[in-house]
Ligand binder design. Structure first.
Ligand code: ADP
Ligand code: MG
Length: 472
């Protein structure tokens, strides 16, 4: 069968559109979701794309349809809409990935569940019927209690979007960040908001550990069918701290299937972890790539401004008058995470109320002396410069000077390297402390010292010695 010129044009347009999309969504998502799509035909001003299953169609429509339309309109301004149709015969085409076929088989197995959930839609409002599995939500963790700043604004916006959406946009939403930065808070807030908007929806929130525990118990009691049913009948499944699933193969396998089954049915999944999907240890590649297919949002370490804002908000809520210098002091000194910051404020509040002391900078330092000491042990860039200068026998001022002789340039690089290693300062901040150098200079220094350490044993020893001295 020959190709009409119209069809040839269509295929060429699809090639360009899909290539652009590939650069935007990445290789994995492309292989999973876009590669199996066929450009079917153009009718009037609508392009029709064909996919092998309903599941695929739902996914493509939920995730890519707007972008596809935009790209296509740019290719061919006659086109003003893109539709996705189902063509089961595409299943047997060689370009459909194996992984994808597996999902499809699952789809059939889960047909029963789909029917059940459709019936459920209006009849029952049992969102807490799953409460023996779902952890109770924390009443303090709502959106209005969450202070938004640069480090968390993206995660916050994503969480809000998912909470407010009436259809599934990103699946899963994957939140990640270090401890105490608000992941659990955001997940709870999403659950609260979803239930406030529609109490009939079933939301299940639990830790990955609990998920594993339930699974292992179900295995022991030979009751995995019920286990599966419980998870697969929710509208929104949230699993907190999924890094704990790493390495446990059976649980991971079950998680993967539960995950796929829920996605199949258009249910929302929200996950959190302390690392990005790609960095999760002991997690299978296929699961990683599936996790990467939704929206991945990270919460960065707090900034001074965010810590200030959080302290002010919390103090206000506690109806606690905190002098400005105390707030600033705490924001400066308790930098590890929000949980510690909160803890410090609570301690100061409790203490001053119980003992009836005035809340001053002095009492704060007094009350928090142990906490501050542990935050104290951090080395400053100035100390590093001083020790390195002494060690190499150069003047401290040479740390800031423009001199480029190797006898001063090398020690300067070592000091930059150690500043990067031992402090939490950013590259630009470090550059500034070294006579206003550019961050790329610091980056270069870090790389250079790493290289030298690899090739020169005595140099490596010097650096190591300095490091230990500064840390100790
Ligand atoms: P994670 O789950 O990331 O370890 P949590 O969500 O448990 O962290 O947060 C730790 C504590 O800090 C909680 O009490 C939470 O309410 C609080 N917290 C974290 N981030 C914020 C924020 N941006 N605004 C207000 N409180 C926050
Ligand atoms: Mg948490």
């Amino acid at each position: 069968m020959g190709m009409s010129s119209e069809d040839k044009g269509l295929q060429e347009q699809w090639l360009r559109v899909s290539n652009t999309l590939k650069t935007e969504i990445g290789e994995t998502a492309f292989e999973n979701w876009v590669r199996p799509i066929k450009a079917f035909d153009v009718r009037n001003s609508e392009v029709r794309l064909a996919v092998p299953s309903r599941f695929m169609r739902d996914w493509v429509v939920a995730n890519y349809i707007d972008r596809l339309k935009d790209l296509w309109t740019r290719e061919n301004n006659v086109v003003n809409s893109v539709d996705v149709i189902i063509q089961p015969s595409l299943k047997n085409q060689p370009h459909v990935s194996r992984e994808y076929n597996n999902i499809d088989k699952k789809n059939d197995l889960d047909a029963k569940v789909v029917v059940k959930s459709d019936q459920k839609e209006k009849a029952t409002p049992p969102h807490i019927s799953d409460s023996q599995i779902s952890a109770p939500l924390d009443g303090r963790f709502k959106f209005d209690q969450f202070v938004v700043g640069k480090p968390n604004e993206f995660a916050y916006a994503a969480a809000r979007r998912v909470a407010q959406a009436s259809s599934v946009f990103f699946n899963p939403l994957f939140l990640y960040g270090g401890v105490g930065l608000g992941k659990t808070h955001l997940m709870n807030a999403i659950a609260w908001e979803i239930l406030e908007r529609d109490p009939a929806r079933t939301v299940m929130y639990l830790s990955a550990e609990k998920f594993m525990y339930r699974f292992v118990r179900a295995l022991r009691e030979k009751n995995t069918v019920d286990f599966k049913e419980q998870f697969r009948s929710v509208d929104v499944l949230m699993i907190d701290d999924v890094q704990f699933i790493g390495g446990r193969d059976a649980t991971q396998e079950e998680f993967f299937h539960t995950f796929n089954a829920l996605v199949d049915q258009g249910r929302q999944i929200i996950l959190s972890a302390d690392k990005s999907p790609s960095d999760l240890e002991g997690v299978e590649e296929r699961l990683k790539s599936r996790l990467n297919c939704g929206l991945v949002a990270d919460i960065h370490a707090t900034t001074y401004e965010l810590r200030l804002a959080i302290l002010e908000t919390k103090a206000e809520k506690m109806k606690l008058e905190v002098p400005r210098n105390v707030v600033e002091f705490l924001a400066h000194r308790i930098t590890s995470n929000v949980r510690e910051l909160e803890g410090a404020l609570n301690r100061v509040a409790a203490h001053t109320q119980l003992v009836g002391r005035d809340l001053t900078l002095e009492t704060t330092q007094d009350i928090l002396h142990d906490l501050l000491r542990s935050n104290d042990r951090k080395v400053t860039i100035e100390e590093i410069q001083k020790s390195v200068a002494e060690h190499f026998n150069i003047r401290i001022s040479d740390m800031h000077s423009a001199r480029r002789a190797r006898s001063v340039a090398r020690p300067r690089q070592v000091a930059m390297y150690l500043s990067k290693q031992l402090t939490s300062r950013s590259l630009p901040e470090i550059g500034r402390k070294f006579g206003g150098r550019d961050h790329t200079t610091v980056m270069h220094a870090v790389k250079k010292v790493d290289e030298l350490c690899d090739h020169d044993n005595s140099f490596a020893e010097d650096v190591d010695l300095l490091k230990r001295m500064l840390e100790g």
